[in-house]
Design a protein around this ligand. Structure first.
Ligand code: 5AD
Ligand code: SF4
Length: 477
């Protein structure tokens, strides 16, 4: 069995805290080095940043030593994410000390949370730019040329970067993200996101469909629609549910899913993140109706105990959550489910923790992202509750849920053995050049001998062996 750290590392490398360096083309001779941390939304935002900067002549580079500008797109979700970024900034500070014209900027959630404090107290950076201010990046970089510092952390109620064509970075040419909304209005008590990413706003569906079509035309075969809470996507409806422009149609998330699914039956659709309180039967029905909407849903539960969920301000109970899962499984019996779990939230008793364990045993998740609670400044939980579960107890509970999840993941993967699945080939396997990897609709990863397949093909495979993370398969006719 993998250790706790190994399992978390795998999670880290696969999705969560993955720092990525990226490359694109521009023309002013200046070079930009861009590093991204945190959620998929941040990676999608970096593609918008690269687009804005490349319009202004910047070439991106993967070699930090040849950069004129270094930008870090940062994450504040847990304290250790911020610590990691601070360490990185200290490394870049050393480069600045030996190359005075080098500019270092901080973008994203940490920029928004700490604002000019990053300039005043720590003098690590020249530039602080929040998630809604990326259009001003080129002029802000210019401002720093005379040695001044530049800040723009204004949050917006309208900005969705709808008209910007993201530069596809870090690309495999097959799978891509499309942001469909920004911000979050939920105020889960543990979460810093509503403070760093501002109010929720949805993007014009026509621009989303156009982006999906363009990706398909370029050879992409899978898009993941991104938002903090995709189920509350609403176009042309305000927060009081009133229609904004009567001449235009209103569009909810289920309708948006359908529009994107209709772009082409060979374009797979995934989406993240769903919120149990807002997930409608209509979404499950739309998923069932279209073969190219993948049978996979990420439905964060956070805790299996209704009192803890209340303290978390999640807006649902354990029973409600299980009812939403039933709504999905009734319509899509083979739908894979993944989740997020927090251990050791304020006041969590051993009994309450055991409710999370029992829920996990009941649901048998295909995958889970699991975290020890980390108190974040200004959140409702910080103001209202004491962070009173000792660190060692949080960690022990975390280890318990991780070990349980490994068993579920293995059990779920075993279900896929000796059956034929259509997978989308994403590229070469990390293990060997002679193997390719791809995912089935349920998001399970299959590795198989290359044959004459290439990235972007759909092939049928049958697995003969598996671990909790991967299925070993052969191509079948
Ligand atoms: N501490 C621990 N985990 C957190 N998450 C969000 N805020 C915190 C926090 N303060 C987790 C939640 C969320 C995921 C993206 O990160 O599980 O769904
Ligand atoms: Fe944070 Fe809750 Fe919004 Fe997700 S839904 S970003 S956990 S406040």
């Amino acid at each position: 069995m993998k250790s706790n750290t190994e399992f978390n590392k795998e999670i880290d490398e696969n999705v969560q805290g993955n720092a990525t360096m990226v490359e694109s083309n521009g023309t002013n001779g200046k070079k930009l080095y861009l590093e991204s941390y945190g959620c998929q939304m941040n990676f999608a935002d970096s593609e918008i940043v690269a687009s804005i900067m490349s319009e202004n002549g910047y070439n991106t580079t993967k070699d930090v030593d040849e950069a004129d500008v270094i930008l870090l797109n940062t994450c504040s979700i847990r304290e250790n994410a911020e610590q990691r970024i601070r360490k990185r900034l200290t490394e870049f500070k050393k480069k600045k000390d030996s190359k005075s014209e080098l500019k270092v900027g901080i973008l994203g959630c940490m920029a928004e949370r700490l604002k000019s404090q990053l300039l005043e107290e720590e003098k690590l950076v020249d530039l602080v730019v929040g998630p809604d201010a990326y259009r001003s990046l080129p002029s802000l970089v210019e401002e720093t040329d005379g040695g001044q510092k530049a800040v723009n952390v204004l949050l917006s109620r309208e900005e969705t970067y709808a008209d910007i064509s993201p530069v596809r970075l870090d690309k495999n040419g097959v799978t891509s993200f499309i942001s469909i909304m920004r911000g979050c209005d939920n105020m889960c008590s543990f979460c810093v996101v509503p403070f760093t990413r501002g109010r929720e706003r949805s993007r014009d569906p026509e621009t989303i469909v156009k982006e999906a079509q363009e990706l398909f035309d370029k050879g992409y075969r899978e898009v993941t629609l991104l938002g903090q809470n995709v189920d509350s996507y609403r176009w042309n409806v305000n927060s009081k549910k009133e229609i904004i422009d009567p001449a235009k149609p209103t569009v909810n998330f289920a309708q948006l899913l359908e529009k994107v699914a209709l772009v082409n039956p060979d374009l797979r659709i995934r989406f993240s993140t769903s919120h149990p309180k807002d997930l409608t039967d209509e979404v499950a029905e739309t998923m069932a109706k279209y073969e190219n909407i993948c049978n996979y849903i990420h439905l964060p539960v956070q805790s299996g105990n209704s009192d803890v969920l209340k303290r978390m301000n999640r807006g649902y109970t354990r029973e409600w959550y299980l009812d939403r899962l039933k709504a999905i499984k009734d319509r899509i019996p083979d739908c894979a489910i993944s989740t997020d779990i927090i251990t050791g939230f304020c006041g969590e008793t051993e009994e309450e923790h055991q409710d999370t364990v029992s829920l996990m045993k009941e649901v048998e998740y295909d995958y889970a992202y699991m975290f020890a609670y980390s108190e974040r400044p200004k959140t409702l939980a910080e103001r209202k509750f004491e962070d009173d579960v000792p660190e060692d107890v949080k960690k022990r509970r975390l280890t318990e849920v991780i070990e349980l999840q490994q068993k579920s993941s293995l059990k779920n993967n075993k279900k896929y053995l000796n059956k034929v699945y259509k997978v989308l080939v994403e590229g070469k396997s990390r293990r060997s050049d002679e193997h390719m990897f791809g995912r089935n609709s349920q998001n399970a990863v299959f590795v198989f001998p290359k044959g004459d397949t290439k990235a972007g093909d759909y092939v049928n495979v049958k697995a003969h062996d598996c671990t909790a993370a991967t299925l070993l398969a052969e191509i079948v006719d």
